[in-house]
Structure formats: C-alpha cells, structure tokens
Design a protein around this ligand. Structure first.
Ligand code: NDP
Ligand code: ZN
Length: 180
C-alpha cells in the first residue's frame, strides 16, 4: 500500500468536502478547491517537492482559516506534522486584517521549511490568479498593493527553494510590468 499516495488523496477529498460551498473571488466564481490543487501542483511540478506531508498540507492549507475545520481534526486524520504545517500557515482571524497582513510579513522568516514552501506556493498561485482570473471589482491599484504585500511576505520565505522563488519573481515582475 502506498501510504504517501493515500495521504494525498485523502487530503484532496477532505479539502474538497470542506470547501464545497465556497468559491474563489474571480468573475466566474471558480470552485474553491482549484486553489489548493494549484498549490499542490506548483510544489510538485515546479518546486520538485516529493514530501507527501508538505503536499497534503498544501491541499489543506485554507481549511482551518476558511472552513469550520479545527487543528485537532486535522491531527486525528492526517497526523501531527501535517496539522502543524497547516496551523503555521493559518492567520488568526480574531485580529484585524491590517494586523494579520503585518504579522504575515513579520513571521515569515521564523516559519518551518515546510510552511515556507506552502506559503511560497500560495503567493505564486494568488498572484497568477490576480493576473489571469482577478476579482471583477479589483482595480490595478488594489492588485498592485497585493503584489507588493506578497513580495514583502516572500522576502521572509527565501532560501528554501530556488525554483519556487524564481517562479514568484517571474509572476511578480510580469504583473507589476502590466500594471505600470
Ligand atoms: P483580500 O484579502 O480581500 O483578498 C485577497 C485574497 O483573496 C487572497 O490572498 C486569496 O486568499 C483570496 N482570493 C480568492 N480569489 C482570488 C483570486 N481570484 N485572485 C487572487 N486572490 C484570490 O485582499 P487584500 O485585503 O489583501 O487587498 C489587497 C490590497 O488592497 C490591500 O493592501 C488592501 O489594503 C487594499 N484594499 C483596497 C480596497 C479597495 O481598494 N477598495 C479595499 C480593501 C483593501 P487565499 O489564498 O487565502 O484564498
Ligand atoms: Zn490560499
């Protein structure tokens, strides 16, 4: 039995069920699960990551923050390590948005290697979405603010995967050039 494959499939199915009522913010309101799947794809294909727990954590990365899922639930089903990575990439929603954004910048460098990889993939995915399938009501100024904030977060994530950092730099440069 391939336990790595089973962990990944179980995480994908769990995330699909938890996010089943949610949509992304693009004009077509894409199914939310496309986003965690994109992170897993970026990590495996572009980052060369073959650690099943990191891929599973990527699939689950928004479950605590955006659904009713608890860290204990993830721990019981996917083990302590996967749950800990997801918890590390989860914002404290009791704090005001500005504070959460500031904390992401300040805390990035002290995250575990696995959490940094998931966060890098998250920022790559979100910047790509802002270029190809942005929220309909976002003007360039708002997109640009998001790009700049993401770049500040990524400053603290560097040193874990050169390919992913290059992928981020590429989408950042592409987006910023288009918005000039
Ligand atoms: P939000 O946090 O409201 O939205 C961005 C988040 O939405 C992403 O991090 C991503 O989170 C999720 N998301 C869902 N669908 C998409 C998609 N299609 N493309 C990209 N992301 C998607 O944005 P911010 O508050 O960060 O706004 C950006 C900047 O704009 C900020 O600096 C803020 O100060 C400013 N702002 C401007 C306003 C205005 O001009 N009216 C109003 C409010 C803020 P995840 O990966 O977790 O799903
Ligand atoms: Zn995300």
């Amino acid at each position: 039995m391939n336990t790595d494959l089973i962990l990944i499939l179980d995480a994908a199915a769990f995330a699909a069920r938890k996010h089943r009522q949610q949509r992304r913010k693009d004009a077509e309101a894409s199914p939310y699960i496309n986003h965690p799947l994109a992170l897993a794809d970026i990590l495996a294909r572009e980052g060369g990551i073959d650690d099943a727990r990191t891929i599973a954590a990527a699939l689950l990365h928004d479950t605590i923050e955006d659904t009713e899922t608890t860290v204990e639930e993830l721990e019981a089903r996917f083990g302590k390590r996967v749950a800990a990575i997801v918890f590390e990439v989860t914002d404290d929603k009791s704090l005001p948005k500005d504070e959460r954004k500031r904390l992401q910048i300040n805390k990035a460098a002290s995250k575990s290697r696995e959490a940094k990889l998931v966060k890098l993939a998250d920022k790559i995915s979100n910047l790509r979405d802002l270029i190809s399938t942005p929220p309909a009501d976002w003007r360039d100024a708002r997109k640009m603010e998001y790009f700049q904030w993401a770049n500040e977060v990524v400053s603290g994530l560097r040193g874990v995967n050169a390919s992913l950092e290059a992928a981020f730099d590429e989408v950042y440069a592409l987006g910023m050039a288009a918005m000039k």
